[in-house]
Each structure stands twice: as structure tokens, then as C-alpha cells.
Design a protein around this ligand. Sequence first.
Ligand SMILES: Nc1nc2c(ncn2[C@@H]2O[C@H](COP(=O)(O)OP(=O)(O)OP(=O)(O)O)[C@@H](O)[C@H]2O)c(=O)[nH]1
Ligand SMILES: [Mg+2]
Length: 286
Amino acid sequence: MRSGFVAVAGRPNVGKSTLVNALAGGKVAIVSPVPHTTRRRIFGIANGEDWQLVLVDLPGFQRPIDALTERMQKTVDSSFEDIDAVLFVLSARERIGAGDNFIAKRVFALGVPVVIALNKVDRLKAGHIASQMKTASQLGDFHALHPVSAKTGDGIGDLQQELVELLPEGPLYFPREQRTDLGVEDQIAELVREKALGLTKEEVPHSITVEVHEVEEKVVRAALLVETESQKGILVGKRGAMIREIGSRARPEIEHLLGRKVFLQLTVKVKPRWRRDETTLERLGL
Ligand SMILES: Nc1nc2c(ncn2[C@@H]2O[C@H](COP(=O)(O)OP(=O)(O)OP(=O)(O)O)[C@@H](O)[C@H]2O)c(=O)[nH]1
Ligand SMILES: [Mg+2]
């Protein structure tokens, strides 16, 4: 039996969570077009006949600006301990530059194999992919470099196999049927947040957090917290249209997760400066 942990590092928005979902063979982490979507460490667990690969999805590397982002970056830093390999994710659609170099310095100094995934190669010209691969290969002494598309699944099988081959002998860390370490309430909170992120823009997505209050047989109650009255107005929408839309997008996925039909009751509350409030962040598990 081979098993182990692979930390997923990279700049915000390069597709780390999408890649973790693709490698884990199902949705464990939420995804959105907004950078800084992932706020906490989430395990995505993939199983084979004689292996278990635990992908450690992380927030993107960033310069902290408040208590929340400080905690996010600390999560990243502390997750590089006790891992067997790093999956360093780059976006083929962006210039590989200073941000990636900064991360490269960190991950190549860890003393574990680094596999580079050049993501988002879908619909890119072969010449462009080749030149991005060349730039990526200069980031450090990598173990392997895989051009992939987390979105279409292109190259994911090969990448998974590569990571599995790097795993040491080890035990089954999680039961085979478990795909993530996140509890059900946290998974529900994340799904609601994902739908809210997809429907808002500018500063609003960053000001949203979700608290699940109750998961009953037939009802799930959750609150979306924002920082200002005007953000609350946006999330509620005209005659409640926005919050209804968030609910109708989140409910099917929550039902899929729970394996039963539920009524999803969402409310919106203002909690000024929650991103700077350590007590609230602690309570939210961030
Ligand atoms: N075209 C294309 N888009 C992708 C691919 N992978 C991810 N995306 C998109 O890129 C955006 C960011 O994806 P995420 O998976 O949330 O990125 P992330 O690196 O986890 O972002 P943070 O958690 O904010 O650091 C989303 O809009 C995804 O749909 C890909 O292979 N191809
Ligand atoms: Mg993410």
C-alpha cells in the first residue's frame, strides 16, 4: 500500500481547487472566477486499489492585508510540513512571473519532489503551450511537468499516476468512501458561499462568509454574513431575488451531498469587519 499527502501550491485563481476536484474524482472544493476563493485547507482524497492520495488544497499565496488573509497565508505555510510532494500549479493563460517565482523559491526548498501542473491549456495553441512549458521548466528543479486542463480533464490521469508513484509506503489514512475531511456543515457553508461568489463582484465576494446554523431532516438553515448594509442589499436583491437565486443554485448540491430533499433557509446578516475579528474567524474555523 502506498499513501501520502501532496500539497497544492500556486497563485490565487490558477485552478488549484478545480484540479483537486478533478484528481479526487468529485467535488470537494468550491471553485469560482474570483481570486481567494479557497480560505482553508481541504483534503481531497483519491483512492486506487493499493494507494491513497491525499491532495491538500490550499488558499493561493498572497500578501496578507487583514486578519483573514493573514490566517490564510499561515495555513499555506504550515501545510508544507509533513508532506510527501508538492503539486505546483501554474496557469498557462497568464504570464509566468514574479508571483510564481516567489512560490517556486519556497516549494523547491522543501526537499520533497515538486510536480508542476501547467493548467488551463484547453483551447490554447500548441506553440503557446510549448513556450509556457519552457518558462515553467526554469522555475526550479522539478520532478515532472504536466500540461493539463482541470476543466476538460485533459492530462489528469497521467498527472494522478505521476503523483501516486511518488507516494511512500503507508497506511490507509481515510476510509475509502471518504472524499474529503471537511464536515457536512462546512461543506454546505462552502457550497452556499460558492453560489454567492458566482453572482457577485468587486469587493462583495471577499466580504461574504457563511455560517450553517442547523441541518435537520428536512430543513437546512444558514446565514450569509457580510460587512456592510449595502452588501446586504446586494445579496438580498430586489424583493429577495438574489438570495433566492443563491438558494436555488445551492440546494440541489446540498441535497446531493445529504442524499435527501431539504428546504434551504438562507438569511443575510451584517457583521461589520468580520474579516478583522479574530474571534469570529476562530468560530468560523478560518
Ligand atoms: N479554461 C480553464 N479554466 C479553468 C481551468 N481550471 C480552473 N479554471 C477556472 O479558473 C477559475 C479559478 O479556479 P479555482 O479552481 O477556483 O482556482 P484556485 O487556484 O483554487 O483559486 P483560489 O482558491 O482563489 O486560490 C475558475 O473560474 C475555474 O473555472 C482549466 O483547466 N481551464
Ligand atoms: Mg481554490
